[in-house]
Design a protein. Structure first.
Length: 264
């Protein structure tokens, strides 16, 4: 039981399964197969443990007792106590990470068509993200990346069915295991889900987890900003940025603060 607990904690901290973990004096030490220590995590880490940076830097108060720095992205902030219960903490962590990954994909998908459209790639509605979905209902359907030789979608029902089947299968394997591996961490499964072996090195793995959640949080804020921009200005984020850079004094959030109806 102790070995299993140590293994789970080590995986959370960014240690690969091919290494051995020993806990002593409150510190995790990781050994390679030749018994040489290769990593000291927790109190020695800039991102993990009690000595990590907190959300207000030098002005931060003491972090809640349940935020120990065991997980990536824990900066000791939970003013409302939303994660005081361990099960709620586990669920919130899962929700945040999955939403962060979707936001990273979403933010990229929102700006890419508009950037390509401005570069001459043929996109309907000038590549504006919230108008792209309607293109599938028009004659000729929707060409992914403006190229009809890639995916030429003409049926919204078929597109939805394919997405549900593919994503449902992948999520099922991620959570419950399957042909790609059994007993994997549902949030960081590795193995076949890491074809580039980016997580083989424990130090790199620990750092990548921090980068992922930090960029994912930023992407969630960005997606929310894109939603608000669409409602207020009726334009895409690239056009809004271009207009703002051309005349910041006129095209800014304050000038649009009272407009909540999309402009035709």
């Amino acid at each position: 039981m102790l070995a299993k607990t140590a293994s789970r904690s080590a995986v959370r901290a960014g240690v690969s399964r091919s290494q051995v973990v020993v806990q002593a004096a409150g510190r995790w030490t990781v050994y390679s197969k030749d018994k040489k220590p290769v990593k000291k995590d927790g109190i020695d880490s800039a991102w993990y443990g009690p000595e990590r940076g907190l959300f207000l830097g030098p002005f931060s108060t003491e972090a809640p007792s349940y935020l120990t720095g065991e997980f990536a992205g824990d900066y000791g902030w939970d003013t409302a106590g939303l994660s005081a219960d361990p099960e709620t903490f586990r669920r919130n962590r899962t929700l945040e990470l999955i939403h962060a990954r979707w936001a990273l994909l979403g933010a990229l998908g929102m700006v890419t068509p508009e950037i390509l459209s401005n570069s001459g790639v043929p996109f309907g509605a000038n590549g504006v993200w919230f108008k792209q979905g309607a293109e599938i209902l028009k004659e000729g359907g929707l060409n992914y990346l403006g190229n009809d030789s890639l995916i030429h979608a003409q049926s919204i029902i078929a597109t939805l069915a394919v997405q549900v089947v593919l994503m449902g299968t992948i999520e099922g394997f991620r959570v419950n295991g399957g042909p790609l591996g059994e007993g994997l961490d549902p949030l960081y499964p590795g193995g076949s889900f890491d074809p580039l072996s980016l997580a083989d090195d424990p130090d790199t793995f620990a750092e990548l987890k921090v980068k992922e959640i930090k960029n994912g949080r930023l992407a969630m804020v960005a997606c929310f900003g894109f939603f608000v921009q669409a409602i207020v200005t009726g334009k895409g984020p690239i056009q809004n940025l271009t207009e703002h850079l051309a005349d910041p004094g006129v095209n800014n959030a304050f000038a649009s603060a009272t407009k909540f109806t999309p402009i035709a």
